[in-house]
Design a protein around this ligand. Structure first.
Ligand SMILES: [Zn+2]
Length: 456
């Protein structure tokens, strides 16, 4: 193969990628202002196609239909979802090949790994064009915030960004007006990144909520304020849930709108905020979302918490149906000032909210409770003293809290945290607080809130 072959191949790959993005962006725009009943019809058509395909070509579903004597003709409406069993990370991780369609060769598929907050990661297989489909949804989501692809200056601070791993700390792609920094190099180079924000008139930042919170805390520590970043219009946050304290810290540092969106590696549910509402507007052509109660019943009323359960409408290589994500949310009302009739969810609690710590009798307590009691109860907000923090548990009844201190943090702050914690948990736990220089990130570059080494 000579150089020309290579460049031709790269050009045709590029055209292929762009045409998929364009096609999908058009399709999303066509459904953007559709009425609820019309959205249901569009979703049903996509579901019937995917469900029948899965039963014909995917061993897990073919076997299931055979075992329970179900027929293809039984799949007649959106309601037929209920013919399918719930699945979860463990089932898919233990039987990955059963979920891959016969129509695809495993070697031709891309793989994505879910960041395992506990246990082994799950590998998701995708056809090559799915990245373009995903990008189309993200661009549509972002452009609702005022961001314009290739016209707005973007700083992306994400995990192991390949574009930023060739020795350069900050990589610039002129055609995209995009600067990229890896979260793995952010802490060591924070001043350089803050300088970039000021000098290059960055208009949007794309990152994880925990990284945005850290960046905001570092800015406040340097006594900078929103007037130092007058061009910044918005923060595009994803891949983690964002809590009110995070929002407050970020807003104090940047006078910019926060647009978070909910998505996950399995690519079954995707939704974003709009300028009028911080609820997540779920894309109806990306996947089908159900909220499932503890008794495995469908929740339909707003305001009741249930497990987010997703069904793909886009991944035909590994079609996951009724996959319990381990994240929790509530339905919000229908209709929004933005004119979209998408289903909306609010009060999303990520998996970390379900993470547990154990006292010496192995009694289980919620980690979020520990964070609220110990850290958020410091009279001044945590970012006043802690730049970042992480809990580690190796032994029952003993919890370690590692933190990166601000320059003016003192032993008194540690004492305050200990008192708060004791008031909440009594003597169930001994808390060991240690200032550290770095906090462990997971494989995708997100901050891990808890390293739980007790296996239950
Ligand atoms: Zn809206």
């Amino acid at each position: 193969m000579n150089l020309n072959d290579l460049s031709l191949r790269s050009i045709s790959k590029n055209i292929y990628f762009r045409s998929h993005i364009l096609f999908n962006r058009n399709e999303i725009r066509n459904t953007d202002k559709a009425l609820h009943e019309d959205l249901l019809k569009i979703q049903e058509k996509k579901w019937l196609r995917l469900a029948r395909y899965a039963v014909r070509n995917v061993p897990f579903y073919r076997n299931y239909f055979e075992r329970y004597k179900l027929k293809l003709e039984d799949i007649r409406s959106l309601d037929s979802l209920k013919l399918f069993p719930f699945i979860d990370k463990v089932i898919v991780r233990n039987n990955p090949d059963l979920f891959i369609s016969d129509k695809y060769k495993k070697a031709d598929l891309y793989t994505q790994r879910t960041a395992g907050s506990s246990g082994a990661p799950l590998v998701i297989y995708e056809p090559k064009h799915l990245r373009a489909v995903e990008r189309a949804f993200h661009l549509e989501n972002w452009e609702r915030t005022g961001f314009i692809h290739k016209k707005s200056t973007l700083l992306s601070i994400r995990g192991r960004d390949k574009k930023a791993s060739d020795g350069e700390i900050i990589k610039y792609e002129p055609s995209e007006l995009r600067y990229s920094v890896s979260t793995f190099s952010l802490f060591q180079n924070i001043d350089e990144v803050i300088e970039l924000l000021k000098k290059e008139k960055i208009e949007f930042i794309f990152t994880f909520p925990s990284t945005a919170e850290y960046l905001a805390a570092a800015i406040l520590e340097r006594e900078l304020s929103p007037k130092d970043f007058p061009e910044l219009q918005g923060l595009l946050l994803s891949s983690e849930t964002i809590n009110p304290v995070m929002r407050e810290t970020i807003t104090k540092a940047f006078n910019a709108k926060i647009f978070s969106h909910f998505g996950h590696t399995e690519k079954l549910i995707l939704g974003g905020e709009c300028p009028h509402s911080s609820d997540y507007h779920l894309f109806p052509t990306y996947g089908i979302t159900e909220l499932i109660s503890e008794r495995s019943e469908n929740i339909i009323e707003p305001g009741i918490q249930g497990e987010l359960t997703g069904t793909t409408l886009i991944n035909y290589a590994m079609p996951l149906i009724r996959y319990r994500t381990g994240d929790y949310a509530e339905w919000s009302g229908r209709g929004c000032q933005c004119g979209r009739h998408y289903q909306r969810i609010k009060n999303v609690y990520g998996k970390y909210a379900m993470l547990s710590i154990y006292d010496c009798n192995y009694e289980k307590f919620n980690l979020l409770h520990a964070i609220r009691s110990a850290i958020y109860l410091i009279k001044d907000h945590p970012y006043e003293k802690f730049l970042k923090y992480q809990f580690v548990q190796d032994k029952p009844g003993v919890l370690k809290l590692n933190y990166i201190p601000r320059k003016d943090a003192s032993k008194d702050d540690e004492e305050k945290v200990k008192i708060n914690f004791r008031e909440c948990f009594g003597d169930k736990f001994s808390l060991i607080i240690t200032p550290v220089e770095g906090i462990m990130l997971d494989e995708s570059g997100k901050q891990k809130l808890l390293i739980q080494n007790i296996k239950r």
